[in-house]
Design a protein around this ligand. Sequence first.
Ligand SMILES: [Fe+2]
Length: 205
Amino acid sequence: MKILGLSGLHASMSFKRTHWPGLDEREYRMSQGHDSAAALLVDGEIVAAAAEERFNGRKHTGEFPVQAIGFCLAEAGLSMHDVDELAHGFDYSKYRRLLSLDELSRQRYQEVYSKEALLGLVEQHFDGFPLERVHQVEHHDAHAASAYYTSGWDACVVIVIDGMGEAQSITAYGSLASSPTCGRRVKSAMDRGRLSSSIHAPKSS
Ligand SMILES: [Fe+2]
């Protein structure tokens, strides 16, 4: 199984520049989806990972990580069509209505946050890639999974504290498994074991 993970929100900052011109540079950085990157797992092993900024020279870029993807595939000697699943570390689908309360917000949802926007980028850069292989993963779930599955721990607590997920600033997870498990059992243990609901942004303290 070959899984390609992606991060970043391609049009996040450019949308803000277009629709709110004249802001301070620092204010444009108050947006989602910086530091786009790609990581490739082959049969559960990380074989390559890279940040897009290392290729395009733009620090903290959130642009679709097409060069980072190319690097990962080249490292593994694979092509995009060998990839079984493509996972993006944001899923705003449950916030669609909330993020579409006015016309400008609706437009931003469609162009920046929606799965349609992601699929459009995949089609643009990897024409012919089967779109049913493209998945969205909630941001804090992605952070938690990357910590959990590489920790070596079975029963453990994972605390995610970052700038912001889709809407959360902190989420706590717990795996309640008490014996070594792997694959689907660990995933279901992690799903069952979520300890608490998230603390929503901007309430981070
Ligand atoms: Fe994050």
